[in-house]
Design a protein around this ligand. Structure first.
Ligand code: THU
Length: 138
């Protein structure tokens, strides 16, 4: 799957967003090393704090299915009902979840600004000096 196809998969996943409180719809598409792609959307809650981000929805779906190796994730977000325009960068909690399962030097985060455009960063660039599983495996 090409990078733009992954961005478009995130745009499609965004259609599933349940975001009645923020009205900010987010979609993600996670590319596993074997080529499988998992979509995710943000899922909000009337009690607010139980809400889940699109990126973590995608990761948790993939982890449950047994995947542990990931290459890239595409993320898109913006006001619900409007096409994607502005860049939506993953929140700190989602970056930390990525850090648990991904190599910071090679895992790529594609932040889509539309179906034909994205800004790319490695996880290391988004979360420098991160804390990960190896810190506990002495
Ligand atoms: N959100 C995501 O799903 N991913 C991000 O990277 C940023 C924020 C969601 C959480 C909440 O449902 C809404 O966007 C507004 O913060």
């Amino acid at each position: 799957m090409s990078d733009l196809e992954l961005v478009r998969a995130a745009i499609a996943a965004r259609e599933h967003s349940y975001s009645p409180y923020s009205n900010f719809a987010v979609g993600a598409a996670l590319l596993c090393a074997d080529g499988t792609v998992y979509g995710g959307c943000n899922i909000e809650n009337a009690a607010y704090s139980p809400g889940n981000c699109a990126e973590r929805t995608a990761f948790f779906r993939a982890i449950f299915d047994g995947h542990r190796d990931f290459d890239a994730i595409a993320v898109v977000g913006g006001p619900a009902g409007e096409p994607v325009g502005e860049l939506c960068a993953p929140c700190g909690v989602c970056r930390q979840v990525m850090r648990e399962f991904c190599d910071p030097a090679t895992f790529r985060v594609l932040m889509g600004t539309g179906p034909d455009d994205f800004v790319e960063a490695t996880l290391e660039e988004l979360l420098p000096h991160g804390f990960g599983p190896e810190n506990l495996n002495r």
